[in-house]
Design a protein around this ligand. Structure first.
Ligand SMILES: Cc1cc2nc3c(=O)[nH]c(=O)nc-3n(C[C@H](O)[C@H](O)[C@H](O)COP(=O)(O)OP(=O)(O)OC[C@H]3O[C@@H](n4cnc5c(N)ncnc54)[C@H](O)[C@@H]3O)c2cc1C
Ligand SMILES: NC(=O)c1ccc[n+]([C@@H]2O[C@H](COP(=O)([O-])OP(=O)(O)OC[C@H]3O[C@@H](n4cnc5c(N)ncnc54)[C@H](OP(=O)(O)O)[C@@H]3O)[C@@H](O)[C@H]2O)c1
Ligand code: SF4
Ligand code: SF4
Length: 512
């Protein structure tokens, strides 16, 4: 039986390069790689060699005959990517004429530079670790990673949910990278406080900023700062032992919580708040969160989407993971009745709606539940006489196939003593570097930091602070590969500054 990619996929494409018959798609060279919710194995060409299994850093690939009940649905998810209409006629998106007999061989470029080169990386999240890995393939290069926290790996440690054990195991790969003798990792060093960016530029030939998008987007509605309203960023940090959030004063003595936004972070938060606390006891969850969850009074978590199921921000693999791992999920059939029908070849959205319809048709179980609610925009937080959150006022919408929202004019209030905003993350400006305030990113061209269109010598950027807060852990691998390729090109061209002094600044300014 062919091998199958399951929901733990973090999209780093390591399997693509391991597969001898090129049956895992989309590859980084193909359209759709950056936006694909996971990678898929073509069951008609997989020869069951197992090479991809050992290449995968998170154990996401399973031989067909070893799939658990919770993973079984992924057989169809993989197959539907190549045959979305199910008639065997459409081979999408792989054109057989362009199918290579062998996967591309990733041969490292040998640098035409003899002298030792030192590169600083700010941050130790996935983008930093993938950049370090790529740089360390060159024997002349040594890397120093500066991380503000006392424990490394950014959101791989402090974001990924504690019950997602296989995804968290990517930290073993990062540990291996950090263990390279040419990699020095300095924890508890905040650049901008303990050392300045200029200090780094004095000490290293190049600096890659990989500081992530550490804050959350703010919701501009009435009473958004009332007690009882928190950001998902804070709650995730609280349950993952992030030192900035371990003192979060969160009150779980309320029967209902509302999570505003329905991305994968919202699903994580809803799942952690409704999972039996004892089943989390053996995970990395913080002791303070475990203790609070043990005495939680929460019965229902409402995950609020302003648009409909067709445009839900959560991904199909995460929805399958939620439903098939036994979460008590509730969907109102009315929400599906009004969902625009996705295109015939949009296998992912169709499967998402089919699964939501399957859930909506079930008789709800007793006990703690997650209610996926759609077509409702938050317009304010209702407060009680003490000024604490008591509910969320929502305006009902209709949504067309393009995703455009039209309010129906109806509003109501969902009672809730805990309100969590999960509407995305946001990067913050770095003193001394240009910043695109509208997008919350550092402007760049192929990873070179640019100021008014002109590259800043020796300064590079990668990860969420480069492309914005979206994508999986593995998305940062291709992102960092692009940045490192630009850095190596500049190095070979003699364009990197030496101890802060650019060698050929005018030539650099011509690079795009
Ligand atoms: C809650 C949550 C859960 C997620 N779960 C998953 C998942 O299950 N699977 C998946 O594939 N993807 C998941 N993701 C997405 C994934 O975590 C991101 O794609 C990835 O972490 C982005 O990497 P990054 O290196 O850009 O940023 P980060 O991981 O945020 O790393 C940035 C690092 O820079 C450090 N830093 C910042 N400023 C400074 C400074 N001035 N000096 C020194 N250090 C600094 C920070 O402390 C941090 O360690 C999740 C994201 C979130 C928010
Ligand atoms: N397991 C995993 O693989 C995993 C886990 C966690 C995170 N991640 C990744 O990390 C990234 C960030 O995830 P995320 O959940 O923070 O962000 P996200 O996927 O961008 O979702 C943000 C949600 O907030 C909603 N929203 C935005 N502004 C709003 C407003 N003003 N009012 C109401 N709703 C609003 C969005 O609705 P609209 O769609 O209508 O704009 C969307 O539902 C994603 O790429 C995600 O896939 C992956
Ligand atoms: S089992 Fe072998 S042929 Fe099948 S996807 Fe994995 S590497 Fe490719
Ligand atoms: S996590 Fe990486 S190696 Fe594993 S299945 Fe996904 S893309 Fe392939």
């Amino acid at each position: 039986m062919p091998h199958v990619v399951t929901q733990a996929c973090c999209g780093d494409a390591s399997c693509v390069y391991a597969c001898p018959v090129n049956c895992i798609h989309p590859t980084p060279e193909e359209p759709g790689f950056g936006t694909s919710e996971m990678l898929y194995i073509d069951p008609s060409t997989c020869v069951d060699c197992g090479a991809c299994v050992s290449a995968c850093p998170v154990g996401a690939i399973v031989p067909g005959h070893r799939l658990t009940d919770e993973q079984a649905r992924f057989t169809d998810v993989n197959a539907a990517h190549f045959d979305p209409t199910g008639d065997g006629a459409t081979r999408f998106p792989v054109d057989p004429a362009r199918r290579l007999p062998l996967a591309p061989i990733d041969k490292p470029h040998q640098l035409a530079v003899d002298s030792p080169v030192s590169v600083a990386i700010v941050g130790s999240g996935p983008s930093a670790m993938y950049a370090a890995d790529e740089l360390l393939r060159q024997p002349q290069i040594s890397v120093t990673i500066y991380e503000r926290l006392r424990r490394p790996f950014g959101l791989a440690r402090y974001g990924v949910a504690p019950d997602h054990l296989s995804t968290r195991s990517v930290m073993r790969l990062f540990d291996d990278i950090a263990g390279n003798p040419r990699c020095d990792i300095r924890l508890g060093m905040t650049i901008g406080r303990d050392l300045t960016l200029d200090d780094l530029r004095e000490r290293h030939s190049a600096v890659i900023w990989a500081g992530g998008a550490p804050t959350d987007r703010r919701l501009a509605i009435d009473n958004a700062s009332a007690p009882g309203v928190h950001s998902a960023t804070a709650l995730v940090g609280w349950y993952n032992d992030h030192p900035d959030h371990d003192h979060l004063d969160i009150d779980l003595a309320t029967p209902r919580a509302v999570v505003i936004g329905n991305g994968n972070v919202a699903l994580d938060v809803a799942r952690i708040l409704t999972t039996d606390a004892e089943s989390l006891a053996d995970t990395s969850i913080s002791r303070h969160a475990l203790s609070a969850l043990r005495s939680s009074a929460i019965d229902e978590v409402v995950v609020l989407g302003r648009r409909g199921p067709t445009h839900a921000a959560f991904t199909l693999p995460e929805l399958i993971g939620l439903v098939d791992h036994g979460a008590n999920v509730v969907v109102d059939p009315d929400d599906l009745a009004h969902a625009p029908v996705p295109a015939a070849d949009d296998a992912t959205t169709r499967a998402k709606i089919d699964l939501l319809a399957e859930v909506a048709a079930r008789t709800p179980r007793r006990g703690r539940r997650i209610r996926l609610a759609f077509h409702r925009s938050p317009v304010g937080v209702d407060v009680d006489t003490d000024g604490r959150a008591a509910g969320v006022v929502v305006a009902h919408n209709t949504v067309d196939l393009t995703g455009a929202i039209t309010p129906t004019g109806t509003t109501d209030t969902i009672d809730a003593g805990l309100v969590l905003t999960s509407i995305g993350y946001r990067g913050i400006a770095v003193p001394g570097l240009p910043f695109d305030d509208a997008r919350g990113v550092i402007p760049h061209s192929a990873g070179r930091v640019v100021d008014d269109g002109v590259p800043v010598p020796g300064m590079y950027v990668t990860g969420w602070i480069k492309r914005g807060p979206s994508g999986f852990i593995g998305t940062n691998k291709t992102d960092s590969a692009e940045t490192v390729a630009s850095l190596l090109t500049d190095l070979e061209a003699g364009l990197l500054p030496e101890h802060g002094r650019p060698r050929r600044r005018r030539i650099l300014s011509r690079l795009g």
